[in-house]
Design a protein around this ligand. Sequence first.
Ligand code: FAD
Length: 285
Amino acid sequence: MSDSSAPELSFEFFPPRTEAGRDRLPEVYTKLAELDPRFFSVTFGAGGTTRDFTFDAVKNISRDTGICTAPHLSCVASDKADLRRLLTQYREHGIKRIVTLRGDMPSGMLGLGEFRYARDLVDFIREETGDHFDLTVAAYPECHPQARNFEQDIDHFADKVRAGADMAITQYFFNPDAYHHFVDRVRARGVDVPILPGIMPITNYTKLARFSEMCGAEIPRWVRRQLESYGDDSDSIQAFGHEVVTRLCQQLLDQGAPGLHFYTLNQAEACTRIVSDLSLEKAGR
Ligand code: FAD
């Protein structure tokens, strides 16, 4: 049995679109299941572009591991009738948790659909299904890239939680102060749901830099300069990345973060190494 005071772990996957990716995923989640996570989650392409892949992955992971597995659900470019059908399917398959998002419009898709913000989707799910689902929403310690300013972004976050969210997961970041500052500002607004820090292991600098640019996560200068200096030497990138992210996780936990949510990119090894170095394997939790 888990120690209830121990930090909770969770792991996020994307739904593989290729046969090879689908074949590889079970090995990844089986390995991560050994760490006794509280839940797994599977991302969802805005506008429903991965809808069936997401649902299939959720069903397979929960069937094979017995661990609660949450589909992400984004509302941008979706209509109510479609989402209603999807929620019914999720209920019929015993799904109890949804990561509830606005999503970003895929390029080439026009129109906002019937929902504008994640908060609208939280409202809709609560209206349609009452308390059936635990709802998790997204949080941005370094401010959402489209927000007018930080305080307004926190106001919107607080409204979204008050509409009926049970928990939040943050965008990834590498500066622990950003997380603690964000949590303090949120608590000052009377919002007390758990806020799980999202953790991005560093394994490939080029991809990390591109993705960080898109989602507004800051790579501190000292980390960027060091990673850049390694060029194509992926062993050094991974060794340094491991050290930076493990220290970040330790600082977050030492200062009261309730757990760690890993963006796995469908790879187990970087996550299992971090968890092991933090002594958070099953036996210790
Ligand atoms: P919202 O909470 O709606 O916020 C979006 C912006 O609107 C913010 O700038 C906010 O300040 C602003 N805003 C909110 N309410 C109002 C209002 N009333 N008036 C004016 N402005 C307002 N994307 C996917 O497509 N699929 C995924 O599976 C996925 N998973 C994710 C998981 C996590 C943990 C995180 C952190 C992000 C994920 N994303 C995913 C990315 C996310 O969809 C994008 O960051 C998106 O741009 C915002 O989504 P949101 O749910 O945070 O939106």
